[in-house]
Design a protein around this ligand. Structure first.
Ligand code: FES
Length: 115
């Protein structure tokens, strides 16, 4: 349902600079803790089938382990080839130390409290 959030991981499990795979319904996400906040995007690269959580996170840049495409975790946009299609991004909120992700892609991100 639009506007619903699902807890996926505790903030304590996601130190600054790290990322973790998480399941949201039928989707696999990667949740990333950056200096800009906590963000969630689809975990499967749009170029071919690779799990982005097995790549590297440099600031807000997520780098695919297979061919090196890079994405901005803040909105999923492509930063570097060979991928040409953005990742779906998911609104995130932090509630009582839990990272919660919007169940519906496209849900507006709530005002961001300090993570
Ligand atoms: S599978 Fe990610 S860049 Fe090719």
């Amino acid at each position: 349902m639009s506007g619903e959030y699902t807890p996926v991981i505790t903030l304590a499990e996601l130190p600054l600079g790290s990322m973790r795979a998480a399941i949201l319904g039928a989707r696999e996400l990667v949740v990333c803790h950056t200096r800009d906040g906590v963000f969630a995007v689809d975990n499967i690269c749009t170029h071919a089938y690779a799990r982005l959580c097995e790549g590297r996170l440099r600031g807000t840049r997520l780098i695919c382990p297979l061919h090196g495409a890079s994405f901005d975790v803040r909105d999923g946009r492509v930063l570097g080839p060979p991928a040409a299609v953005a990742l779906t991004s998911h609104a995130v909120r932090i509630t009582a130390g839990m990272v919660e992700v919007a169940s519906e892609p496209g849900t507006p991100t709530p005002p961001r409290a300090p993570a």
